[in-house]
Design a protein around this ligand. Sequence first.
Ligand code: AMP
Length: 363
Amino acid sequence: MSRVGIVGAGQLGRMMALAGYPLNIRCHFLDRSADAPAAQVAPILLGGLEDPAKLRQLAHGSDVLTFDWENVPAAALKKLRGQVTIRPSVRSLSVSQDRLLEKRLFSQLRIPVAPHAAINSLADLVRAGRELGPHGVLKTRRLGYDGKGQAVIRTVREQSPAWETLRGTPLIYERFMPFSHEVSLVAVRAPRGEIRFYPLTRNTHQGGILRLSIAPHIDPGLEGRARTYMRRVLKALGYVGVMAIEFFVVDGKLIANEMAPRVHNSGHWTIEGCPSSQFENHLRAICALPLGATHALGHAAMINFIGKMPDPKRLLQIEGLAFHDYGKQPRPARKLGHCTILSATAALRDRALKRALKQIQWA
Ligand code: AMP
């Protein structure tokens, strides 16, 4: 039996714990909330994610420590390094917590990114607008997720209101990427360096939140490129575990948007869609077990339930649909669950997807 301590007990942790049971990998969590999604399926220590005593207690009961959220305070984890193995490394976590550091790493590794500038004043933003173009996205460098901490700027006039909304923390301005679509790649790296890739996934966002993923997205040229970029990042960080990189596709080329040092929403379809899910493979990697197969078993679509849960009785009538409820209280723009459709052909998948989408309202 392996004991895995997980900092953060959200839905990603919950799905990890569930994937661990057949392997007799026992996950336990640290989180502030007693009814967090993972706390409903596995033991939890109640406390702040940066609480040194609680973190030590979690580490004490664990063979390896991981996290289900990339905004876990890196400094607090760093203090545990002598006590327990932390996978992925604290360095991987630190880089991905700061959009500027992340883009620097991508650029050093010859991975294209959107033209961007660090913004610490309105004057910086005005200059960046002049140099990079007035159509862009202003984002907080840290602690942004699901479209939070972002403002799209279309004209020079919108610069000042965007600055007023987000000021007070270091920011980054990126040129708006006129992408045809967005894709992501999820991969897993074992401690000895073996890497396995899941099929490329096509993603649709609205308001900065992922709504829909379709996989496999069949484009061998793009997939090959994405794998090359992923391999560079994983090797440079000496990474262990699952990582996701999200890309914009602009004129048929990949532009890296961001990386997640953890299991990722665009990989949820792998639970039903692959022999070993991203959750299982993350656990296998961090526990130094052999990695599982990552090929697609069929054609999958994943729809997020956001703000409002759909009626399971209606959705479950759809053949090949799996329903996931994270046990969360509904709130606007909150990810509450998802469903995955797995079909033998893309045409059958698309037909089932159309039916499912009729049942889902995003709030
Ligand atoms: P992020 O939080 O960076 O993943 O952004 C969330 C979503 O906002 C992305 O998936 C895109 O749909 C959109 N977005 C973010 N940055 C840009 C950009 N520079 N150009 C165009 N769209 C963007």
